[in-house]
Design a protein around this ligand. Structure first.
Ligand code: IMP
Ligand code: MG
Length: 179
């Protein structure tokens, strides 16, 4: 697994430091409120687990799964809900947690869908952002890091369901996904 990594882009320490900063910012912004975190399965799970523990106001969690890449590395533009929320979100303060925003197609769809369910508020937190590849505009409220246009893996992010358990964000060797 480690031999497939070209280089480490964000170390465990860098991730932890930045997540503590975002957690403090969110704690401050939501003082006196409760948050319903909505994790986008499956890539956001590891980030969400650490982020939730860095926030000091009450946090409930729920998950959604939407279709994205299959085994490829570029977005199809087709978004489909594979798993919906278990909770009713009406009147709640939603914080959508995503691993990476690339074309923006997934989140654009998801935010519109969630807004139609009448939450009290909705904000977006992403660990990574690849601005170069944006196709539709997405408003990011909390951004961990901007990253260059490489295919990255680890800390929840996968290629064909592999590498999610690496504790850092790494750049995948192009020969792994180019045929
Ligand atoms: P978007 O709809 O193009 O913004 O796609 C976002 C989704 O694509 C993310 O939630 C990831 O699952 C996946 N994705 C995009 N870029 C990468 C990457 O560099 N590594 C791993 N997954 C990625
Ligand atoms: Mg994802």
């Amino acid at each position: 697994m480690i031999n497939d990594v070209e280089s480490v882009l964000l170390s465990e320490e860098k991730l932890a430091t930045r997540i503590a900063e975002i957690g403090a910012e969110i704690t401050n912004d939501y003082a006196g409120k409760e948050i319903l975190m909505i994790g986008v399965l499956r890539g956001a799970v590891i980030f969400m687990a650490d982020l939730a523990r860095s926030i000091k106001v009450p946090v409930a969690i729920d998950f959604m799964a939407v279709s994205s890449y299959g085994a490829g590395t570029t977005s199809s533009g087709v978004v489909r809900i594979l798993k919906d929320l278990d909770e009713n979100v009406e009147g709640k303060h939603l914080l959508v947690v995503e691993d990476i925003i690339d074309s923006g197609l997934t989140l654009n769809y998801l935010l519109d869908n969630l807004k139609s369910r009448k939450p009290a508020s909705i904000k977006l937190c992403t660990l990574l952002n690849k601005p170069e590849r944006r196709k539709v505009d997405v408003k990011i409220d909390y951004n961990g890091f901007n990253v260059p246009d490489y295919f990255v893996i680890g800390y929840g992010l996968d290629y064909a369901e592999k590498y999610r358990n690496l504790p850092f964000i790494g750049i995948l060797k192009p020969e792994i996904y180019k045929d």
